[in-house]
Design a protein around this ligand. Structure first.
Ligand SMILES: *Cc1c(COP(=O)(O)O)cnc(C)c1O
Length: 363
């Protein structure tokens, strides 16, 4: 069995050996050293988001990314509020599912998976229902790889003074996001995406005023965002058991992001990976599902027009040769996805396309 393959999947992803080595310690959770690490991480994330500590704070939350999205939705949208959810993929739909489950007042702006939300349509929806006071959107919809137009949507948010929730799971750390300028109140992301840590927790960059205003609105105990903040803010001690190994790995991953040159340098690497991948795939006849709005993190490709093509077989071939890719997630169209984030370089992109070329020639 070959365990030595790289992940071309956008989380978990391939991490550096130094990030993995940081986990070779069993750390206790109640002493000063550990609490200081938590506080450093919280500060470090604010620096990455370029927001001042007086106005923003970071809350770390156990679980995968969805737990953090669920924490925010179930904690900050009260029964008297109403959130407009933009849905152009599985992660947008998951937010809708959460809103339904908790009976959170909401309106859905449903789009196709290759369409981005339009500011003009959001303005219409807001004028049709003036009780809407919040907007939730995914930034990089990992379902397809599409990048939603954050700047345009933020204009509508500002005009209407909406509470703004952004699922920046597969984008934060890999692309610059002007959190304060775009008036994002709750930005959600996780340890195992563009920061290149391992799975186990996520984080929420919160506007302090909006967080304060949410006090008492939470519908669950474990995912109560305000209570998590209140406990953690005392001295960095997590409310319930913290994922210690993951936290140590994450601290290392944040330092490595700085060493790489920060978010802009990482963006350049991801962009070059993605451009190379799409260009080389096009050369061997593969078409990507998203056009102009393609983001720099993950790409959906249509299945090739070959009667013998079968995904599982294709997947096993690539994995045996060193790369794990992702099955498609587009509802009605046969696609597969290739992620290009993590400890992945242009050479990997060239290599995987070479393998795909060989596979197709031998099919
Ligand atoms: C990864 C991801 C999530 C969270 O998924 P989990 O499987 O819960 O970690 C949420 N939204 C987006 C856009 C993602 O890419």
């Amino acid at each position: 069995m070959s365990l030595n393959y790289k992940l071309l999947t956008p989380g978990p992803l391939t991490t550096t050996s130094t990030v993995k080595e940081a986990m070779l310690v069993d750390h206790c959770t109640w002493d000063e050293d550990y609490k200081i690490i938590t506080q450093h991480i919280r500060k470090h994330l604010l620096q990455l988001a370029k927001v001042p500590e007086e106005d923003y704070t970071t809350v770390l939350m156990q679980g995968s990314g969805s737990f953090c999205v669920e924490s925010v939705l179930s904690s900050v949208i009260g029964d008297q509020d109403k959130v407009l959810i933009c849905a152009n993929g599985a992660y947008g739909s998951r937010m809708v599912q959460m809103a339904k489950r908790y009976n959170i007042p909401h309106v859905v702006y449903q789009l196709a998976e290759n369409e981005v939300p339009q500011a003009s349509r959001i303005r219409e929806l807001l004028s049709e229902d003036p009780t809407i006071n919040a907007l939730a959107m995914v930034h990089s919809e990992t379902t397809s790889g599409i990048l939603n137009p954050l700047e345009e949507i933020s204009e509508v948010v500002k005009e209407n003074k909406l509470l703004f929730i952004l699922d920046a799971m597969s984008s934060f750390g890999g692309i610059s996001i002007p959190v304060a300028e775009y008036q994002i109140d709750f930005l959600v992301s996780s340890a195992n995406k563009c920061i290149q840590g391992v799975p186990g927790f996520g984080f929420i960059i919160c506007n302090r005023k909006a967080l304060e205003a949410s006090k008492g609105k939470a519908r669950t105990v474990s995912l109560d965002l305000y209570e998590q903040f209140e406990a953690m803010d005392v001295d960095g001690k997590w409310r319930f058991t913290s994922p210690t190994h993951t936290v140590l790995a994450f601290e290392q991953a944040l330092n490595e992001l700085d060493e790489e040159g920060g978010i802009n340098a990482r963006y350049q690497r991801y962009k070059e990976n993605n451009d190379t991948l799409r260009e080389k795939m096009a050369e061997i006849g593969f078409q990507s599902f998203i056009g102009e709005e393609q983001g720099p993190f993950i790409t959906s490709f249509y299945y090739p027009n070959h009667p013998k093509f079968e995904f599982t077989h294709f997947y096993e071939f690539l994995k045996a040769n060193g790369y794990a890719i992702y099955p498609g997630k587009i509802s009605d169209i046969d696609c597969f996805r290739i992620g290009n984030i993590g400890e992945i370089y242009v050479e990997d992109m060239i290599q995987v396309v070479e393998l795909i070329k060989t596979y197709m020639e031998d099919l």
